[in-house]
Structure formats: structure tokens, C-alpha cells
Write a protein that binds this ligand. Structure first.
Ligand code: GDP
Ligand code: IMO
Ligand code: MG
Length: 428
């Protein structure tokens, strides 16, 4: 039995897609277990660039199956669009399947997400406006539409009718916007069901059987722990559990089956959307990180906020996830910065020094990071493929992270391309 979980440890965009793509070459299954097309996972295969939103990043290389499991919220139109994009590039997609239990993002979810974000005086989260939050709300409220419902005309009609009654009253009376007509969406989603029916399957039994048979199974997280609905900077979070714990409920596999828990972190920090960010740099250096690191949202194109590495939040993330293997990415981006800061503690507004992450999001805005300073390096390290090829100061930077977190870095990424990795221990 060999199971692998890849999760993000910061605010998303750590390079999970790249790592999943690399590991998927030896996987029998690659499984998405939460989130939806709010994700943007970039994979470079030679000259070719792919940005995957809903499809597992294993779709390009995995010799087995790619599964969108029950915990994912699926926009079927976005799914079909992504499938055709991959097929246009001559790649296969016949190995991609969606759980019958996965919830469907409906047009009213996207509108609700958008109206809320555009509401004057509202709490703007800075969402991707993909309808993620409203879809998960309906799931928990037990009024959601599942993939399996698209295959049953009567059930689908009844569910759409019931939902439109409430949603339209909200759109018309509260937001003063037009409602949605039943006919507008019923037929369309029924047809979508027919187009996708060969891909809509039960996934949990097959996955558990695969675990039993000792197959290699890779679970790919979207978003990251600091955007976790419970353990992130609530309410500036996404609406799912992007933690290793989310794998169990999101794919229907038991905790005892999870073995290699791989946490991915950038060597600095980025965040898209609103919310506190203690180590944020609003200066030239932050701008340089954005430029060199190409820090623009893969889903929305928004410039990502940038800042120093924050080990206080990273420790929180590795603790909640139980990470036993670290991947650090974008080490190449730090080349040429003479002095590197790493936050190891916070100073609270009343002067207390703490080394743990707080549940009080409002207070976090006033926390000051306390930094350790390390010497940088000038060399271009993007061609390094062994640990020994790295400059001493780069090694010291990595070892500082390892010592603080008490976890070994097993892979160092030094560029966006598949081959730009320093692998210190073979996990597969
Ligand atoms: P994900 O959401 O975690 O999959 O990450 P994104 O794809 O949204 O953002 C990561 C970006 O960094 C992508 O453009 C990757 O191609 C790129 N990337 C990944 N690893 C490295 C690396 O080690 N160095 C550099 N320079 N870029 C990287
Ligand atoms: P990947 O998988 C970075 C952020 C949004 C917003 C918040 C809530 O590429 O790392 P949502 O649309 O989910 O309701 O938005 O979460 N967000 C991400 N930030 N990477 C992502 O995914 C994200 N998915 C959502 O910007 O702040
Ligand atoms: Mg991303």
C-alpha cells in the first residue's frame, strides 16, 4: 500500500500542480478531494504550459485513473471546457472520472458569489467568483444538486425548482437583480448529464479496493491550510478543508490508509484575495518577488500579494496536517537578494511574544512578525539537480526551515519545469 497526499501549507499557489504532475508519472490514481475550479494548478511539460482548474494535475502523465472525488464541487461546464482544451493538445482524457456524490456548481451559485463580492459595504473575501462558497453552503444545508441528480430528470427538476424559489427571491428582493428561469437551466443541465454520464461513477469503493490492492494513490489538494475553513484566517478562507484530514471525508478513505503526507511551501509567501498577511512586503522587494516569481493568479490573473516566509503559520499548517515530508518550491526566485528574512515569532498588540498562530483574525492584522535574518546567495540555481550543487547559504536557508519545523525537506524545486527538482530522498 502506498498513498501520497500533496497539500498546500500557505495561502495557495505553492506549486502543488507541478509536484503532483511529477509524482503522477508513477501513480495508479490521482485524486482531487476538495475545492473546485477556484484552483489554478500550473504544469509545464517542455515548452507546453497547462493550467488545470478542476482536472487533477495527474491528467497529463498518470498512467492510471484521474478521479474527481465526492468532496469536490464541480462546475460541469468548466469541466467540459478543460477536457476539450486537453484533448485539443492531443492528450487523452478517457481516464478522468467524477464521483456521483460530488456536488454541482449551478449558475445561481456563481451569481450569488459574484453579487456578494460586488455588494457595497459587504465583507469582501476576494473570492474567485466561481460559486464555491454558495455550492458548499447548499451541500451542508442538504439542498445541493449532486452529479448523480443530473442523470435523473424528475429529481433534477424538483431540486432546481426548490432552489430557484429561494435563490430568485434573494436575487430579486435583496440584490435587486433579475432571477433565473427554470427552463433556462433545467434542459441545459439535463443535457450536460447525458454528455458526462460515462464519466459519472462511484469512486469510493474503487479507491478503497485500490488501497487494499497496494496501488499507488496520490491525493492532490487544492488551496492550502491557511485558507482552510476551520484552521485558516476565517472568514478570509475558502469553503472546504484543504488539509490532509479533508482527504478522508473528501474521497471516502480511512485515516489509517494515509501514509506519505507531503506539504508544499514556497520559500516566501504569497496570497491572492483579502485577509491578514503578517509578513507582507508592500515595497520594491515585494514587487521584485512578484516579477521574478511570476506571481499572478492562475485562475483570476490577479497580482498575488508577496512577502517573507512565515514559519509561525507554516508550523501551524504542518501541525494540523501531520506533514511528514516537506517540499519547498521557488528557491530560484530568492537568488540575488542579499539578506533574507524569515518570521519565527509574532509580537502581539500588547507586546507579548508568541510562536503560535492565532484564531483571532482581527488581531492578526496588528501582529508584528519577528524576523531572523539569513545571508542570501547570488548564483542562478535553476540548473542544480543535486543538493550539493546549491550554494552554502541556500542550504543554510533550507536547513533553518527543517530545524524550525522538525521535518525533512525531501524535494527542492528550482524552476517551473518538470525536471527542475532536487530530490533528496526517493519517496516512490
Ligand atoms: P498551485 O496552485 O499550488 O499548483 O501553484 P500555481 O500553479 O498556482 O502557482 C505556482 C507557480 O509557480 C506556477 O506558475 C508554477 O509554474 C511556478 N513554479 C512552481 N515551482 C516553481 C519553482 O520552483 N520555481 C519557479 N520559478 N517557479 C515555479
Ligand atoms: P490553488 O489550488 C490561491 C482564495 C481566493 C479568496 C479565497 C476564497 O491554485 O492554490 P473562493 O473562490 O475559494 O471562495 O475564494 O480563497 N483562493 C485561492 N488562492 N490559490 C487557490 O487555489 C485559491 N483558491 C481560492 O483568492 O481569497
Ligand atoms: Mg494556484
Amino acid at each position: 500500500m502506498a498513498t501520497y497526499v500533496v497539500v498546500g501549507l500557505q495561502y495557495g499557489d505553492e506549486g502543488k500542480g507541478k509536484i503532483t504532475d511529477v509524482l503522477s508519472a508513477k501513480s495508479d490514481y490521482v485524486v482531487r478531494f476538495q475545492g473546485g475550479d477556484n484552483a489554478g494548478h500550473t504544469v509545464y511539460a517542455g515548452e507546453e504550459k497547462f493550467v488545470l482548474h478542476l482536472l487533477p494535475s495527474g491528467v497529463l502523465q498518470c498512467p492510471g485513473k484521474c478521479i474527481i472525488a465526492n468532496g469536490v464541487v464541480v462546475n460541469p461546464k468548466a469541466f467540459m471546457h478543460e477536457i476539450s482544451q486537453i484533448e485539443e493538445k492531443g492528450m487523452r482524457t478517457d481516464h478522468v472520472f467524477i464521483s456521483r456524490r460530488a456536488h454541482v456548481i449551478m449558475p445561481y451559485h456563481i451569481l450569488l458569489d459574484t453579487y456578494r463580492e460586488e455588494e457595497e459595504g459587504g465583507t469582501q473575501i476576494g473570492t474567485t467568483k466561481k460559486g464555491i462558497g454558495p455550492c458548499y453552503e447548499d451541500k451542508i444545508a442538504r439542498v445541493g444538486i449532486r452529479m448523480v441528480d443530473l442523470l435523473n430528470p424528475e429529481v433534477l427538476a424538483e431540486k432546481i425548482r426548490k432552489n430557484l424559489k429561494i435563490k430568485n427571491s434573494l436575487f430579486e428582493k435583496y440584490f435587486e437583480k433579475p432571477g433565473i428561469e427554470f427552463e433556462e437551466i433545467y434542459k441545459e443541465f439535463l443535457e450536460i448529464g447525458q454528455k458526462l454520464k460515462h464519466r459519472i461513477v462511484d469512486t469510493e469503493v474503487e479507491l478503497n479496493q485500490a488501497i487494499h490492492d497496494g496501488k499507488n494513490i496520490l491525493f492532490e489538494g487544492a488551496q492550502a491550510l491557511m485558507l482552510d475553513i476551520d484552521f485558516g484566517t476565517y472568514p478570509y478562507v475558502t469553503s472546504s478543508s484543504p488539509s490532509t484530514g479533508g482527504v478522508c471525508t473528501g474521497a471516502g478513505v480511512p485515516p489509517t490508509s494515509l501514509q506519505n503526507l507531503i506539504g508544499v511551501a514556497k520559500v516566501y509567501t504569497t496570497r491572492v484575495g483579502n485577509g491578514p498577511f503578517p509578513t507582507e512586503l508592500n515595497d520594491e522587494l515585494g514587487e521584485k518577488m512578484r516579477k521574478v516569481g511570476q506571481e499572478f493568479g492562475a485562475t483570476t490573473g490577479r497580482p498575488r500579494r508577496t512577502g517573507w516566509l512565515d514559519l509561525v503559520s507554516l508550523k501551524h499548517a504542518t501541525m494540523i496536517n501531520g506533514i511528514n515530508n516537506l517540499v519547498i518550491t521557488k528557491l530560484d526566485v530568492l537568488s540575488g537578494i542579499s539578506s533574507l528574512k524569515i518570521a519565527t515569532k509574532y509580537k502581539t498588540e500588547d507586546g507579548k511574544i508568541i510562536d503560535y498562530f492565532t484564531s483571532s483574525t482581527t488581531k492578526l492584522y496588528n501582529y508584528e512578525p519577528i524576523y531572523e535574518e539569513l545571508e542570501g546567495w547570488d548564483e542562478d540555481i535553476s540548473h542544480a539537480r543535486t543538493y550539493d550543487e546549491l550554494p552554502n547559504n541556500a542550504k543554510k536557508y533550507i536547513e533553518f526551515i527543517e530545524d524550525y519545523l522538525g521535518i525533512n525537506v525531501y524535494l527542492v524545486s528550482v524552476g517551473p519545469e518538470r525536471s527542475q527538482n532536487i530530490i533528496r530522498k526517493e519517496l516512490f
